[in-house]
Design a protein around this ligand. Structure first.
Ligand SMILES: *[C@@H]1O[C@H](CO)[C@@H](O)[C@H](O)[C@H]1NC(C)=O
Ligand SMILES: *[C@@H]1O[C@H](CO)[C@@H](O)[C@H](O)[C@H]1NC(C)=O
Ligand SMILES: *[C@@H]1O[C@H](CO)[C@@H](O)[C@H](O)[C@H]1NC(C)=O
Ligand SMILES: *[C@@H]1O[C@H](CO)[C@@H](O)[C@H](O)[C@H]1NC(C)=O
Ligand SMILES: *[C@@H]1O[C@H](CO)[C@@H](O)[C@H](O)[C@H]1NC(C)=O
Ligand SMILES: *[C@@H]1O[C@H](CO)[C@@H](O)[C@H](O)[C@H]1NC(C)=O
Ligand SMILES: *[C@@H]1O[C@H](CO)[C@@H](O)[C@H](O)[C@H]1NC(C)=O
Ligand SMILES: *[C@@H]1O[C@H](CO)[C@@H](O)[C@H](O)[C@H]1NC(C)=O
Ligand SMILES: *[C@@H]1O[C@H](CO)[C@@H](O)[C@H](O)[C@H]1NC(C)=O
Length: 559
């Protein structure tokens, strides 16, 4: 086996915790937890803090202000409590009226979005008298400012056999961004930006942007807009059907690897890492500090809010109209347009994105949809209009600026639905039936979908699951966490999502996949569905993105 493939396997082994060496003879072992003899003493943590310039934070859960606990941050006045109530709900409005990102997880060092992994150990909604504990949150967080912090933290974690996790915004339903007894690398504050007017590589010549890992979607769109550009967001932003996926648009990754190397990965340099990071998911190959991606010239964007319902015509006619809406999508998408929409049991509500379209063009593009609805005597709500740039279009439908809309579905599961299924009336009827079934489950309705065509434009080889390229819809049922229900009821809801809804979606949509970032942690078919069977053929070896084993310790730690 070549050296190259050994390095790659070494990186993959980080999926199960940091391996102490890249050799096969050292299997990953269970990690030290607080209370173990191996757990570092305070003076050892203090020493780490020194080597990383004081960037070490001892985790204090955000909701500790709502409970008496050893954190000593309890605040009996009602203000912080109600503020947290505001922030933990969607839509989130802080008491001062400022729209906030929905969950404290983005700006808090240790908190995460996933309520399942949060596990009621410190939430605002439980009784004040309930203790606030770290639970599955990391004990310490490194507020990463650069290479040195990552190197220092990794060396320390190796020395003391501590689990490392990486958290950016904490928007991860599989709990990858948190871990009991872990040291967390928090990359949220890596906010550097650089506009590169003429990037040049064998693959791409043109404008690009180098963005620190902490740059969020809304910031990236604003930066792109400021130089007259637009940029592909995550994972396939409406409007960008003609630009390929986000992964296809990446030119460079700047990373620190487990062995402390600071590398740039491009299609030609450290190309195995470039390949794996571009679409592979998992957060296990290296710590990303920044990404350089293509920018695209901006122009007008046509849009509309289009909705229709079953009043007057009845429910059966409504579902027939939903089926035709799907059947009409491929032609619409092929022009580089898209709809993002939600389907409820009585109504469908969509917003359309039509890059480059003036009002005449918008009306022409919508005509097939409107003609079908008219034919059924359904009167839709339709508001065609044109925005001067993508940024304005985005906030027209997903505002308010600057943060925009942030979905908050702690029971997310998802499905990429192949385009071929809606193009065939037999299988399209099954898809419609699936939609109806999902919307009838109140706790998981509506069904949210993004529609897309992944352009066949040239891009470097990457590990993106091939089902994206044959896909047309990314849909996710909106499962919400109910704070008035008991933890047992929420456990049951979680299992229902994974064991009833997900298999129903899988069965009705053969050839599809599950989007790793919107998946349920109990999902059984994760290897095939998240990673596919992506194998990178090189002159020397074959490299596979899919992990092949999971090691779980008795206490559930040390995965
Ligand atoms: C790390 O050092 C900084 C600066 O001295 C200090 O503010 C911070 O509290 C320290 N972190 C921990 C966990 O002690
Ligand atoms: C959540 O807490 C319960 C009760 O302490 C425990 O049994 C369960 O394993 C925890 N779940 C997770 C994901 O940590
Ligand atoms: C909170 O817990 C205390 C002590 O167990 C109990 O007396 C009180 O009724 C509880 N409050 C609520 C709102 O459940
Ligand atoms: C993290 O570091 C940034 C500077 O990079 C600083 O602005 C911020 O206040 C720090 N956050 C915390 C919670 O210490
Ligand atoms: C977006 O770009 C346009 C055109 O350059 C500019 O007029 C507008 O102010 C920008 N909007 C924002 C929010 O930066
Ligand atoms: C609208 O766009 C179409 C197609 O690009 C073009 O032919 C037409 O001239 C435009 N109309 C106006 C009023 O600009
Ligand atoms: C159903 O659609 C009609 C026509 O657009 C609209 O007037 C009505 O308010 C809608 N009903 C509901 C419940 O949304
Ligand atoms: C449509 O799908 C059905 C069921 O998979 C299949 O039997 C049929 O051949 C397909 N029709 C076309 C025209 O592809
Ligand atoms: C929808 O639900 C019905 C009743 O449970 C079931 O018979 C049918 O197979 C489901 N259809 C799909 C596509 O999931």
């Amino acid at each position: 086996m070549s050296t190259k493939s050994l390095v790659f396997l070494g990186l993959i082994s980080t999926a199960f915790g940091l391996a102490t060496s890249t050799s096969h003879s050292n299997l990953p072992s269970c990690r030290a937890l607080p209370g173990d003899a191996a757990w570092p003493k305070s003076h050892e943590w203090a020493k780490l803090n020194k080597t990383i310039n004081g960037n070490l934070i001892a985790t204090i859960p955000e909701a500790s202000v709502c409970h008496e606990s050893s954190f000593g941050t309890f605040d009996s006045s009602p203000v912080p409590n109600s503020k947290l109530h505001g922030m933990w709900h969607f839509p989130a409005i802080c008491p001062n009226g400022v729209p906030s990102l929905t969950h404290a997880s983005i700006s808090a060092p240790g908190d995460v979005l996933s309520q399942y992994f949060q596990n009621y150990t410190c939430v605002p909604f439980t009784n004040v008298s309930q203790n606030c504990e770290l639970g599955n949150f990391p004990n310490y967080v490194v507020n990463v400012t650069g290479v040195n912090d990552v190197r220092g933290a990794i060396a320390f974690a190796k020395k003391y056999n501590i689990r490392i996790v990486i958290k950016n915004t904490g928007h991860d339903y599989l709990g990858k961004s948190t871990g009991r007894g872990s040291l967390s690398l928090w990359t949220h504050n890596l906010k550097s930006t650089e506009y590169i007017p003429s990037y040049s590589s064998p693959y791409y010549k043109g404008p690009a942007a180098k963005l620190g890992a902490g740059i969020e979607g809304w910031e990236a769109y604003g930066l792109a807009n400021s130089t007259g550009h637009r940029m592909v967001g995550v994972p396939v932003l409406p409007s960008v059907s003609s630009y390929g996926t986000s992964a296809d648009n990446v030119l460079e990754w700047e990373v620190v690897t487990v062995d402390g190397q600071h590398l740039i990965a491009t299609p030609n340099q450290n190309s195995d890492l470039y390949w794996a990071l571009s679409g592979g998911g998992g957060g296990t190959f290296a710590v990303v500090l920044s990404m350089t991606a293509r920018l695209h010239t901006d122009s007008i964007v046509g849009g509309t809010l289009l909705s229709f319902n079953d009043s007057i015509v009845g429910n059966a006619a409504y579902w027939e109209a939903v089926g035709v809406f799907h059947a009409l999508l491929p032609d619409f998408l092929d022009g580089g347009n898209s709809f993002t929409y939600s389907v409820g049991k009585n109504s469908l509500s969509a917003y359309g994105t039509m890059p480059g379209a003036n009002l005449t063009e918008v009306n022409r593009l919508l005509k097939p949809f409107l003609a079908d609805l008219a034919h059924r005597n359904i009167t839709p709500y339709n508001t065609p209009q044109v925005s001067p740039n993508y940024y304005t279009h985005f906030y027209t439908y997903l505002g308010p600026a600057p943060y925009g809309y942030d979905a908050f579905y702690p029971f997310t599961n998802s499905r990429i639905i192949p385009r071929s299924l809606v193009a065939n009336s037999t299988t399209n009827a099954v898809v419609t039936d699936l939609f109806r079934n999902i919307t009838l489950v109140e706790a998981f309705s509506p069904f949210y979908c993004d529609s897309f065509t992944v352009a066949t434009q040239s891009h470097p080889d990457n590990s993106l699951h091939p089902a994206w390229r044959d896909g047309m819809l990314l849909c996710a049922p909106a499962g919400s966490w109910d704070w008035n229900a008991t933890p047992e009821e929420m456990t049951a809801r979680d299992e229902y999502a994974a064991k009833t809804l997900q298999p129903m979606m899988d069965k009705a949509t053969p050839g599809g996949m599950v989007y790793l970032n919107e998946a349920n942690h109990l999902y059984a078919d994760w290897k095939e569905s998240f990673y596919g069977n992506q194998v990178r053929e090189t002159a020397e070896c074959q490299e596979q993105v899919r992990p092949t084993a999971v090691i779980v310790c008795e206490d559930g730690s040390g995965k």
